[in-house]
Design a protein around this ligand. Structure first.
Ligand code: GLC
Length: 680
């Protein structure tokens, strides 16, 4: 690649650091130009110097763009095509927030493998996934794209997702670096402000998992960090990303996030933004062209810049080499897809991503005369945000799969006629958020379940017919008011192509739910941000002492905490044992717990191991998820599950940002059981 680099003109080098939409190469493509791209300010000659493409509809178009480009290119460096396959390209998997509820990294990896094949068939070499932003505020619309509030889950699922893409040959771009999920007040694109200690302790975890798994690019976030936009933030891009996380791949801005530094009012103009970007370590500028229009003159003023430009271009050339583009610029065009396999994977992953929050009378049986009510009884678009080429017309309605459980339709009523409903002996209410209510630029100030849904539920409850609420939502909602009026609650964060079959199979017990919440459900919006791994504070709540941490109008407890989820089976945890209560770093204990299925229903369950560092040089969370294992138990079967405590389970960043393990006692929790050990 060094030989190619040295033969490039400065214009050609800067072209390699620029990403635009495919439309500019071949005008008759489906126009995908919006925002900053509409003021690209590049003439045709410059357009044919650019190096990477944002989004493409299919392989045929990709070939056409590539061919047209290479015919006009002096240097013959192929274009690289990148796009947003976040949870599936054509076969849509559950959204990442839903996938995280599965606590099943193997399945998440399989989902990524299937998505990778379809993405490459669409002509992509890179996907802008995983989104590894830790989240704590359900008002933010993009919680749906994340793996939730826990740093360990973010690490594990980001790692599994990248490994899944990589195993099929798809390159990946982890985003949004860094801490975009902390957008103030849950308002998208808003200020982010956190300490370096908080960043290191919680918010870096997901990106680190992706990088450890081999993510090829890192996308910078729209937000500031320490008042400097992430896209031009030298501390983030050099000290943290390159030095601390040892990332050697390509950095890319988010959509015109380099020019947005002018609106942040930390760049004076486009050329100032370009200079700040290349100096901070930004390689590719997405959807704007300040590098191409400004840096040639900047190099004349300061030749040192050329070294930075060359390093960035070399990283891009190596990325294209890794993508196999120099060998075959039209790669994977003959890739055969197995859509049935992809759909099966989507079903399996979704069946472990749905969460049972309340259960008095499920599962239903085929003799149950039911009334099917709510938008999602017949809604076909159940794919969630960022479902790219997923075709809602190819998904089934819930009513179709529910009716399949009955010999004839007379047992299933689908209207709001109270008299008709009275003839049924169970009401299934499938309601919630539409896919347009979450995702990018879709934050909400009010996350209550809709008022008219609350009224409907209370009215239906007067009929004294059992009600099952199936909640479709892109985020945790405040559903506190309706819980007493329904008998059963199933929730999911949009499950993708097989949503309707998974919901119906769960209602009738063919699927025994095993999901656990990846994000806390608040009791009231006023509790937000609310997350499980919080600090104790100097005045932790006490019933007896009024001067302790609390609200005077509501309890501190959430409605449903991170990790909560029920099953149709009845699991009992007992005999929590520890091999040694006195431990050293070379002799850390093993924890054993017996899990028994006390029901006649086979089921899966995830055993979550939390640790509390009882005392340390800085305040530490009340508990932290450190390991988990998912097992299946036959009726009345018991298994002993073991966890070997690891050094990484005990380490934390101290006030000097140094990762340390300190002596002292640790408490280990599994469900309601706990034990302690001391570390000498
Ligand atoms: C969007 C999103 C980012 C996405 C990019 C390219 O604005 O912030 O997640 O990958 O632009 O579509």
């Amino acid at each position: 690649m060094e030989n190619i680099l040295k033969n490039l003109t400065i214009e050609e080098k800067l072209g390699q650091l620029t990403m635009i939409a495919p439309f500019f190469y071949i005008g008759d493509l489906k126009k995908e130009v919006f925002g900053a791209l509409t003021e690209l300010k590049l003439d045709e000659e410059k357009i044919f110097l650019t190096g990477s493409v944002l989004g493409i509809q299919n392989h045929k178009e990709m070939n056409l763009v590539q061919k047209t480009y290479l015919e006009r290119s002096r240097h013959k460096i192929p274009l690289i095509f990148m796009g947003d396959v976040i949870h599936g390209a054509v076969t849509i998997m559950p959204t990442p927030l839903a996938q995280a509820c599965s606590f099943n990294p193997k399945l998440v990896k399989k989902g990524a493998q299937e998505s990778a094949k379809e993405a490459m068939k669409k002509g992509l070499q890179v996907t802008f996934s995983p989104m590894s932003d830790l989240v704590r505020d359900p008002r933010w619309g993009r919680v749906n794209e994340s793996f939730g509030e826990d740093p360990y889950l973010n690490y594990v699922f980001s790692y599994a997702t990248v490994k899944g893409y990589k195993s099929e040959g798809l390159l990946s771009c982890v985003k949004h670096f860094a801490a975009y999920g902390l957008s103030e007040a849950g308002k998208d694109y808003n200020t982010v402000d956190l300490s370096r200690l908080n960043l290191f302790s919680y918010f870096l975890s997901g990106y680190e998992g992706a990088i450890r798994a081999g993510a090829d690019l890192v996308m910078t976030a729209f937000n500031t960090f320490e008042y400097v936009p992430a896209t031009t933030n030298k501390y983030l891009l050099k000290d943290v990303l390159r030095k601390k996380l040892k990332f050697k791949g390509v950095t890319i801005s988010d959509y015109d996030s380099l020019l947005q530094t002018i609106k942040h009012r930390s760049s004076l103009n486009e050329c100032d933004a370009a200079l700040k970007g290349i100096t901070a370590g930004l390689d590719i500028e997405m959807a704007s062209s300040s590098y191409m229009r400004c840096l040639k003159d900047e190099v004349k003023k300061n030749p040192e810049l050329l070294k930075l430009i060359d390093k960035a271009v070399l990283r891009v050339l190596k990325l294209k080499e890794k993508a196999g583009l120099f060998k075959d610029p039209y790669r994977k065009k003959d890739l055969e897809l197995n859509t049935l396999k992809a759909l099966k994977t989507s079903y399996d992953l979704a069946s472990e991503s749905i969460v049972l929050l309340k259960n008095e009378t499920l599962p239903l049986n085929k003799k149950t005369k039911i009334s099917l009510l709510g938008k999602y009884v017949s809604e076909k678009h159940v794919l969630g945000p960022w479902s790219w080429h997923g075709d809602p017309n190819k998904t089934d309605e819930l009513s179709k799969h529910i009716k399949a459980y009955y010999k004839n339709d007379s047992e299933v009523f689908e209207d709001y006629d109270i008299e008709a409903i009275k003839k049924s002996n169970h009401i299934v209410l499938a309601i919630g958020e539409t896919r347009e209510e979450s995702g990018e630029a879709h934050s909400k100030a009010n996350i209550d379940i809709k008022e008219h849904h609350q009224v409907l539920i209370k009215k239906l409850s007067e009929l004294n017919i059992p009600i099952t609420l199936v909640l479709y939502t892109g985020r945790p909602l405040v559903i506190t008011n309706i819980v007493p009026f329904v008998n059963n609650i199933l929730v999911h964060f949009h499950l993708g192509s097989k949503t309707s079959k998974v919901v119906s199979d769960t209602l009738y017990g063919k699927n025994n739910p095993s999901g656990r919440l990846s994000m806390t459900f608040p009791k009231h919006l006023g509790q937000v941000p609310i997350y499980y791994n919080h600090l104790s504070s100097g005045r932790p709540y006490s019933k007896t002492d009024p001067y302790t941490m609390k609200y005077i109008d509501i309890s501190n407890e959430p409605l449903y905490e991170f990790g909560y989820g029920l099953s149709y089976s009845k699991f009992k945890y007992s005999n929590l044992e520890i091999t040694n209560k006195e431990a050293t770093l070379n002799n850390l204990p093993t924890i054993k717990v017996t899990v028994t299925n006390e029901s006649n229903i086979k089921g899966k369950t995830s055993i979550l191991l939390y640790i509390k560092d009882d005392f340390a040089s800085i305040a530490r969370p009340v508990k932290e998820l450190k390991q988990f294992k998912k097992i299946t138990l036959k009726p009345y079967e018991s298994k002993v599950v073991e966890f070997k405590i690891r050094k990484e389970d005990l380490s934390f960043y101290n006030e000097k940002l140094k990762k340390v393990i300190e002596k002292g006692t640790f408490t280990v929790y599994i469900e309601d059981l706990f034990t302690k050990f001391s570390l000498e």
